[in-house]
Design a binder for this molecule. Structure first.
Ligand code: GH3
Ligand code: MG
Ligand code: MG
Ligand code: MG
Length: 303
């Protein structure tokens, strides 16, 4: 992707209490971008949450919530924190600009502005945003399987733990480990082992792949599934489905004591999250139950 491709076709939210100002910016940007608009700060926050724009052009002086307050509110909410904000305002004083940057804006454009300059600055910020998004995606994804990595899982379980604690609902985790995978590598080679990991993770994703469920690669041939708002019954359904899906893959494993196909063992644990505790005990329990599944014959789940 080239520099200009990265900057093209962003979704931009224009926020201004004066419709004529919105129209001028809309006219300047509509050829290259998908443009949304809001006539108040309150409405802007709502649209930011619902539509997830790539960039916000924000007026400073508005009745009700002003631009600085909007900026602060965006920064305070994880779901919209990373959306860059450019102030576009009749204010021209360096103090106003400093205040905007301190509130979290990435740029500040004073009116009257030059349309070409606005377009160029918008493109720059969209490019930076896309690069940051791509970087974040890389840091949260396992390169071999494309599923979430352990760092991503840890972030998600901490967030979901708090969310479940607040709403008083259960959470489940399923810890999964491929049976006799060392023998698999020894018998079929490391490349075949990598392919097996990809097939097994894709199969598990079919069992628990839609948000807020999260499948992550936890270690070498070990995976973990986070099931927020799910109790023992729901988690057991997922575990059974995983056994079925892995069986349907029919990956030969002649060196496995439970073969002749690739199988997995699982530990399934649930908890009612408490805001004064953390999820580590839940993960330890799932791990202990996985160990029990191994000890009692593999190709099964324990809960
Ligand atoms: P068990 O049934 O008790 O889980 O036995 P196991 O052989 O699966 O367990 P062990 O922990 O002894 O071995 C795990 C193996 O997984 C060893 C390691 O080479 C392999 N492995 C880990 N990560 C990868 C990977 O990314 N690719 C491949 N091909 N193999 C991997
Ligand atoms: Mg205004
Ligand atoms: Mg194993
Ligand atoms: Mg293992």
């Amino acid at each position: 992707m080239s520099w200009s491709d990265l900057a093209m076709n962003g979704r931009i939210l224009i926020v201004d209490d004066a419709m004529e100002n919105i129209q001028i910016l809309h006219h300047a940007l509509q050829d290259e971008h998908d443009v949304l608009f809001a006539l108040s700060g309150e409405k802007a926050l709502q649209i930011a949450h619902n539509q997830q724009p790539d960039l916000i052009l924000l007026d400073a002086v508005m009745p009700g919530m002003d631009g600085y307050e909007v900026c602060a509110a965006l920064r305070a909410s994880a779901a919209v924190r990373d959306i860059p904000v450019i102030f576009v305002t009749a204010l021209t004083h360096p103090e106003d600009e400093t205040r905007a940057l301190e509130a979290g804006a990435v740029d500040f454009i004073s009116k009257p502005f030059n349309v070409a300059v606005v377009r160029a600055r918008v493109r720059t910020q969209l490019t930076v945003k896309r690069q940051a998004d791509a970087m974040r995606e890389l840091t949260l994804t396992d390169a071999l399987t494309g599923v979430a990595n352990r760092r991503s899982f840890n972030e998600a379980i901490d967030n979901e733990w708090r969310r479940c604690a607040r709403s008083g609902v259960e959470m489940a985790v399923v810890m999964i480990d491929i049976d006799h995978f060392k023998h698999y590598n020894d018998a079929y080679g490391h490349q075949a082992g990598d392919l097996c990991l990809q097939q097994v993770s894709a199969a598990m994703k079919r069992c628990a792949g839609r948000p807020p469920d999260l499948l992550a690669r936890y270690g070498g041939e070990e995976f973990i599934i986070l099931l927020p708002q799910v109790g023992a019954d729901g988690a057991e359904v997922v575990a059974k489905r995983i056994l079925d899906e892995i069986r349907l893959l029919q990956i030969p494993h002649k060196a496995s004591s439970v073969g002749p196909l690739v199988t997995v063992s699982m530990g399934v644990a649930t908890a009612l999250p408490d805001e004064n505790a953390d999820p580590s005990a839940l993960i330890r329990t799932a791990d202990a139950l996985l160990y029990r599944a191994k000890e009692t014959g593999r190709n099964r789940y324990c809960m």
